[in-house]
Design a binder for this molecule. Structure first.
Ligand code: SF4
Ligand code: SF4
Length: 98
């Protein structure tokens, strides 16, 4: 069987179009204190869009505008500390090639 071509994730993300809702964040940290005590911070790794960034004081910044709605963070945060909702109608990511 012919192997699938290698794909650069950054190139794929570059093709997406975002309709940003500036008034409603569909992703939220439930309890910032839980993030400060979370030593491994796997959200910095499992999110393909780099939505989660570590703050100097140990907290997490959420750039919900860049979310590609893969759903990983709904299950991969070990403390279920991420509140996830769909973006409001008309907002969110649009996939150009399906
Ligand atoms: S994995 Fe969850 S609890 Fe840990 S830093 Fe990220 S959002 Fe916070
Ligand atoms: S749904 Fe996917 S892209 Fe969006 S924040 Fe969660 S892990 Fe990142």
């Amino acid at each position: 069987m012919k192997p699938l071509p290698r794909v650069n994730l950054d190139d794929k993300i570059f093709t997406l179009k975002y309709y940003v809702d500036e008034e409603y964040a569909h992703l939220k940290i439930r309890d910032p204190q839980v993030c400060r005590s979370c030593a491994e911070k796997p959200c910095l790794v499992f999110c393909p869009a780099g939505v989660y960034r570590a703050e100097r004081e140990g907290g997490i910044t959420v750039s919900y505008q860049a979310c590609v709605e893969c759903g990983s963070c709904r299950v991969a945060c070990p403390y279920l500390n991420i509140e996830w909702d769909y973006p409001r109608g008309g907002y969110g990511v649009a996939y150009k090639f399906g």
